[in-house]
Design a protein around this ligand. Structure first.
Ligand SMILES: O=c1ccn([C@@H]2O[C@H](COP(=O)(O)OP(=O)(O)O[C@H]3O[C@H](CO)[C@@H](O)[C@H](O)[C@H]3O)[C@@H](O)[C@H]2O)c(=O)[nH]1
Length: 640
């Protein structure tokens, strides 16, 4: 590790000192980013781990910026916003994941926390002296940005810094979002789903154990209720811990992976009485932050109703197919419990506070070996749960523990598909075209939550209604017609043709000097530090004129790039748009060119009087005798 990296880690740790530090896996995704926002608003420091497979780092910069505005609305200064750090790491890569824990591990010399019990078979191994992952300081990036956004009210989340600020740097809690989440895709690629959703959780729990992190909020789903449960579903209608059916009713690998995760978490809490687990079962999340700066940006063709409606509004599909009109519901169409993503995010805060209360007022251990809080009892339970004889006594030993809790997060109110179309039509002032169609295989008529447990035990309830959700989704769609897609395209541009990007860097270098983002951004072009450049461009994407100017120059620099960047994703019903779906941004890692990438035929460049051979990149890209540009890939294909 270089001295510069060591210095960066040391600076980050200094910045984090005094904050309760929450590790958020998958924190740049849709629900993750809104939760990070609420955590910062509430005064928590946040460390995000994300592999960016279905999200964009830019979301986090926007999050920190929004929170700065939120703080000012509350009479505080942006400097007071807690730190937000980012690690681009895949949780299935255990070594890389461990390096994050190494970076943020408690300084043993200042640690006051002592483990309560140590079981013989679980003596803590010394932490591996592995590599340490260098965190990116998102706050430092965000301070230099200016975004245009809609006026939004200050968050209703209370600012609650702990009375005694932590005197050591330590991750106290984990919120675990990182997972794959498409039902249909899980049927096609079950192993990927189990690898990420189950394997990733195992890595996390092993590392939490090794680094003595005991509290976790887990992102579960109403999918765990499976078939057969419909209206006002209660948490205890299925049993985690071997006491009921649950997992047997599930119809797809995604659902099974979430169910398995809950079982694993419950077993872990049985084995370790110090562990505190809360699983939150989401119903149908939608909405976005009212600023219009962050929102849902699903990759591939969306299947969920709200993104589908949004695409119909944007004319990216001609109409919405309403799946099923003969259900036993008021208008015959499917009814769901839609919940605003900000309510969902605040549900995570409520869960976190519940965990804090539990740890702050622990039940004292007792010597009575039959008591569930006795170390003797827990030792027995862990032994019983690994026994395989399956007697009823052992089954009861593996029952759900009190340090494992689950809560529904929904509103308790159902809305039909036609309600959604109407509400969305109201906010956008246009009717959304739709057609009644056959029911989707496996769909249920009604799925709504009983939310009394969350309100009585977490003190949480949903504040937003359907109209708010549609309004905010609409705002996001209007302000970000391609979601974070532009950014992905810019990132891909750097991957595909670094030379062309370098050329654009030269031509646009005076474009926006003062908005150069990031303290750690070098301007070493010869070494291909495109990260800095892409970050600058990301600022420009907010300003349409600047963005167009860059696009024009991109087109001059490399015709294929121009084509790539100008393309709008026109989607026919259900067909995936052509574009940079596999583009991703990497901070420091050199960009790789995917040799298998199929590239569209580019347009001729602007500045060569339509004579592509005059372009500085003519040789690189090849020039076909028919006047069409060829990518290296198409050139190879043509040669055969
Ligand atoms: O193009 C569409 C898409 C959906 N629907 C209907 O809209 C409702 C909601 O569908 P959707 O948004 O796909 O959500 P669900 O089928 O309820 O599934 C969601 O909610 C589950 C938990 O209840 C999660 O497990 C899933 O991952 C998540 O996608 C249902 O009645 C669908 O039949 C349509 O009519 N047309």
């Amino acid at each position: 590790m270089s001295s510069r990296e060591e210095e960066a880690i040391s600076q980050a740790r200094k910045k984090a000192l005094g904050f309760n530090l929450i590790l958020v896996t998958g924190g740049s995704g849709y629900i993750g980013s809104h939760t990070v926002l609420e955590l910062l608003v509430a005064g928590y420091g946040v460390v995000v781990v994300d592999n960016l497979c279905n999200s964009h780092w830019e979301a986090l910069v926007r999050v920190h910026w929004i929170v700065q505005q939120d703080y000012m609305k509350r009479g505080r200064t942006p400097d007071e916003v807690p730190p937000l750090f980012f690690h681009e790491v895949d949780i299935t890569d255990k070594d890389a994941f461990q390096s994050v824990f190494e970076t943020w591990k408690a300084d043993e010399s200042t640690s006051t926390r002592k483990p309560m019990f140590k079981f013989a078979e679980e003596k803590k191994k010394p932490a591996k002296k592995g590599t340490r992952s260098v965190p990116k300081d998102i706050g430092a990036l965000a301070y230099k940005q200016t975004f245009k956004c809609k006026e939004f009210p200050a968050s209703s989340t209370q600012f609650q810094l702990p009375k005694n600020r932590p005197t050591e740097v330590k991750i106290t809690d984990v919120i675990h979002f990182a997972a794959l989440k498409s039902v249909g895709e899980s049927v096609q690629m079950p192993l990927s789903y189990y690898r990420t959703n189950v394997g990733g959780l195992l890595n996390l729990l092993e590392l939490m154990k090794e680094y003595n992190v005991k509290k976790i909020v887990f992102s579960s789903s109403a999918v765990v209720y499976g078939k057969g449960k419909e209206t006002n579903i209660r948490e205890d209608s299925i049993q985690v811990g071997g006491g009921g059916a649950g997992g047997g009713l599930l119809t797809n690998p995604y659902g099974r992976s979430k169910w398995m995760d809950e079982e694993i978490l419950n077993d872990t809490s049985v084995a370790d009485p110090d562990m505190e687990v809360i699983a939150l079962r989401y119903f149908n999340p939608t909405g976005s932050h009212p600023s219009g700066l962050i929102g849902e940006d699903p990759r591939g063709t969306p299947n969920n109703i709200i993104p589908v409606v949004m695409q119909a509004f944007q004319r990216r599909r001609s109409r919405v197919y309403v799946y099923g009109s003969n259900y036993d519901t008021p208008d015959g169409t499917g009814v769901r419990d839609y919940i605003h993503v900000l309510d969902l995010a605040r549900g995570h805060l409520a869960a976190l506070r519940k965990l804090t209360t539990l740890v702050a007022t622990p039940t004292p251990p007792t010597d009575d070996p039959t008591s569930p809080v006795s170390p003797t009892f827990n030792r027995r339970m862990s032994r019983a749960s690994v026994s395989s004889t399956g007697s009823s006594r052992e089954t009861s030993f593996s029952a759900q523990r009190t340090n494992y809790r689950c809560y529904n997060l929904g509103t308790g109110t159902g809305h039909s598909v036609l309600d959604i179309l109407k509400a969305f039509g109201n906010v956008c002032g246009n009717d959304i075209p739709f057609v009644l169609s056959d029911a989707r295989a496996g769909d249920l008529g009604t799925v709504t939550a009983d939310v009394t447990k969350a309100s009585s035990e977490l003190g949480w309830y949903a504040e937003f209604g359907l109209q708010d959700m549609c309004r905010d989704v609409y705002q996001w769609a209007v302000d970000n017609p391609q979601g974070y897609e532009r950014l992905r395209r810019l990132s891909m541009m750097a991957q595909i043709d670094p030379e062309a990007v370098r050329h654009i860097m030269d031509t646009v270098e005076d474009e926006d000097e003062e908005s150069e983002a990031g303290t750690d951004v070098g301007s070493n072009r010869s070494s291909g530090d495109f990260g800095a450049f892409i970050r600058r461009l990301s600022v420009m994407t907010i300003d349409d004129n600047k963005y167009k100017n860059v696009m024009r120059k991109a087109s001059i620099a490399g015709p294929y790039l121009g084509k790539l960047l100008e393309e709008d994703e026109e989607e026919e019903d259900g067909s995936e748009g052509q574009g940079s779906r596999n583009g991703s941004f990497s901070w420091n890692v050199p960009f790789k060119v995917d040799q298998n990438q199929t590239m569209p035929q580019p347009n001729p460049p602007f500045n060569t009087n339509n004579d592509p051979s005059k372009s500085p990149f003519a040789e690189k890209w090849g020039f076909g005798g028919n006047g069409n540009w060829q990518t290296p890939q198409s050139k190879v294909q043509n040669a055969h």
